[in-house]
Design a protein around this ligand. Sequence first.
Ligand code: GDP
Ligand code: CA
Length: 340
Amino acid sequence: MRQAGPVTELRALTVLSGGMGGAKFLQGLLHGVRTGALPDVAADADVTVVANTADDIWVHGLKVCPDLDTVMYTLGDGIDLERGWGRRDETWSVRTELAEYGVEPTWFGLGDRDVATHLVRTQMLEAGYPLSQVTEALCRRWQPGVRLLPMTDDRVETHIAVPDPDSPSGRRVVHFQEYWVRLRAQVPAEAVVVVGLEESTPGPGVVEAITDADLVLLPPSNPVVSVGTILGVPGVREALTATRAPVVGLSPIIGGTHVRGMAEQVLTAIGVEVSAGGVGRHYGARSRGGVLDGWLVDESDADQLPGLEEAGLAAAAVPLFMTDHDATATMAAAAIRLVR
Ligand code: GDP
Ligand code: CA
């Protein structure tokens, strides 16, 4: 944490983000920056997003990056607000035609408008551009108001082991998207395997975005398959340990389960207690080899504070439901106050 002294303005904020939880938080954070609702944050502060790419999947020959696109579409005002992913005013002719051919997978929803994004991305990747440059090109259209960096340009994929009585090992491994979209996370996750993670390198600008930041935020994103995979890219954890910026996170777990999604299933798979305190301690205090200085839990989880403080974390309990941009900006302000 910074030494006490004259208050320095925060000009560079870096956020490690998954898809929907991260995108919603970023909307509120940007709203807070613009309206001056965040303590000590400059009105023209730069926000850099390091996004999870371990959800990425090749479908029908197209490279799909769900978390990058959710952030890009949400901040660029192209998201379908009800679904929380994909394009607004979507149509589904491509999917219907593919189904008529009987082509698998049928469970992955590729909307017509969304397909255009994946076509551009795939074409550029095949022409030799790294994902980071492709993302930059796509963002030229969407103008998300943040610098959006894939955590890595390398292929990294989260796979989930699920029970399968028909297999000799009693289990089978599916792509994360199959676990989430086809199986709806309704079978237990027995293990999480992130293929290619250990061999990956951080994307261009990722390490600098953390080491040169004035503040690093972990939004209420999935601690295993969103933030966990970003932290697993060799060099990222070290950058968090090294940065002079305070690092503060907000719990995606409220009252013993996730607000939406499947954090509970994947936390259980890796043996982490499914509670706001459990996740905070799993990230750990920087002073004790972890990645956080501060951790916010929901007001209903105030009983978790002593355990977090014992683990060396600055902690506070405030309302953590992202009901609208103002509420989310208030959460971000509380996170900043905790570590300033
Ligand atoms: P995904 O990639 O689309 O799964 O999105 P993220 O990983 O960024 O975020 C998913 C997490 O956001 C889940 O674990 C949710 O519990 C959490 N989440 C969603 N809405 C809220 C909210 O309003 N408040 C809090 N505290 N967490 C939320
Ligand atoms: Ca995701």
